[in-house]
Design a protein around this ligand. Structure first.
Ligand SMILES: C[S@@+](CC[C@H](N)C(=O)[O-])C[C@H]1O[C@@H](n2cnc3c(N)ncnc32)[C@H](O)[C@@H]1O
Length: 412
């Protein structure tokens, strides 16, 4: 969410609308929440601001029964799940992106203290092994450490793709860390995934990719041993955040790699205490592309995301009218699954944003209203104007401003 202030509009039940205005504007005044718990662990495109998530979880979670979950059906890196867990709720997350699932699970890994100690100790062990392997490799005549060959990935094609993004010594170091993690998988698969998420958190920082959302090549000088050091620091940051998150008693959140339209398979009808989510903005991001380098490095399968990602930029670029029709259809299906999941009288808070595709403004609230089912009523909404990015956007939006919105829907 951008942090710039903009004009605010609101309507509906006064108490709810007032809370929604707070949720929209809090990122402009509150820097602290984003630095707490496990929020700073891993970057993610279009991440919900943690302070907004906190306000919305409080709103929809009020009066929830002990075992009724708070659900985020587009959970991304798990911001809502962290806040729901911090408030002591049962939390369920769903996302079609395997990388999002890996990260969200790591950020909510509220296991007993001895498991966190073991995680930290393992990271120290791996750090030591990787530094020793680096020294050994620099001795005259030493054979270089072998590259991993994730199953289902053509090793030559994978090597060609990765060679462009990492200096050779960095790549070797990353491969050795990943090999050390995989060597421990049979003993402790959950911990192996948390370690992989920690490696993922530093992967772009030691690569020549600018950022998650910017795929341009940049020169980066990474000293020997630095990737291993950053990895260790990232595990320590995670462990500290998990310690804070575990202070509140509550069950371990569940995160599923699934298309939200199949939510009924993991959230039985009429059982959710509340839903807080931020669905993709139409034609704005390309979650599959943003994580391509990570998918290649870790050997993560992403065919389902490539095919089922809602509102992706690549779909809108390929065939805008068809993509818009598909977007409206998939939004209706998603809202339908949300209404089925909610317990009677419980609420969903949705954060959505206007976008521009091929010179045309897409108004998120209009699309959402069209998608509503008869058993959901709009309790309140709040919108805040967002700055236009350049003349094309000014032209597309004209007199009706571009905005970000939060809407609360209540099940009848
Ligand atoms: C705006 S992001 C959510 C960010 C999240 N709130 C956070 O704080 O990290 C939208 C998410 O929707 C996911 N997504 C897109 N299509 C999906 C689908 N069909 N089913 C489930 N998740 C999907 C994307 O992978 C992305 O993680």
């Amino acid at each position: 969410m951008p942090r710039s202030p903009g004009k605010i509009f609101r309507d509906g039940l006064t108490s709810t609308a007032t809370t929604l205005v707070e949720a929209l504007t809090i990122p402009q005044t509150n820097d602290d929440t984003a630095e707490t718990l496990t929020h700073p662990f891993h970057t993610y495109p279009a991440r919900l601001h943690p302070a907004t998530a906190k306000v919305l979880v409080e709103l929809v979670g009020e009066g929830a029964k002990a075992n009724q979950p708070i659900v985020d059906p587009f959970c991304g890196s798990g911001t809502v799940l962290v806040e729901a867990r911090a408030a002591g709720h049962r939390a369920i997350g769903i996302d079609l992106n395997p990388l999002a699932v890996l990260v969200a699970r790591a950020k909510t890994w509220t296991v007993p203290p001895r498991r966190r100690t073991a995680l930290k100790n393992t990271a120290h062990e791996i750090f030591g092994t990787v530094l020793a392997a680096g020294k050994a490799a620099r001795r005259a005549g030493a054979a270089p450490a072998p590259m991993r060959k994730p199953t289902g990935f053509d090793p030559n094609a994978r090597n060609r793709r990765l060679a462009r993004w990492f200096a050779p010594h960095v790549r070797r170091e990353l491969e050795t860390i990943a090999t050390e993690i995989e060597n421990r998988r049979a003993d402790d698969p959950q911990m192996a995934d948390v370690l992989l998420a920690s490696l993922s958190a530093i992967l772009y920082k030691v690569s020549s990719r600018s950022s998650d959302t910017d795929g341009t090549w940049v020169e980066r000088n990474v000293a020997r041993g630095n990737a291993a050091r950053l990895f260790l620091q990232r595990v320590e940051l995670l462990v500290a955040g998990l310690e804070d998150l575990s202070r509140q008693h509550g069950p371990l959140p569940e995160v599923f790699e699934l298309d939200t339209r199949r939510m009924g398979e993991v959230v039985p009808e009429g059982t959710a205490a509340g839903i807080v989510t931020s669905p993709p903005y139409a034609g704005t991001y390309d979650y599959a592309e943003h994580q391509r380098l990570r998918f290649d490095f870790f050997g993560l399968r992403h065919r389902d995301l490539d095919a089922g990602e809602l509102g992706s930029r690549r779909a809108f670029e390929a065939d805008p009218p068809e993509a818009y029709r598909e977007w409206k259809k998939s939004l209706s299906e998603s809202i339908d699954t949300i209404s089925r999941a909610l317990a009677p009288k419980r609420a969903a808070a949705l954060v959505v944003g206007d976008s521009m595709v091929h010179g045309r403004a897409l108004y998120a609230m209009d699309d959402l209203r069209d998608a509503l089912t008869s058993d959901l009523v709009i309790e309140a909404w709040a919108s805040q104007e967002r700055p236009m990015m350049g003349t094309a956007e000014r032209h597309a939006f004209g007199a009706r401003p571009k905005a970000e919105h939060i809407i609360v829907l209540r099940r009848t």
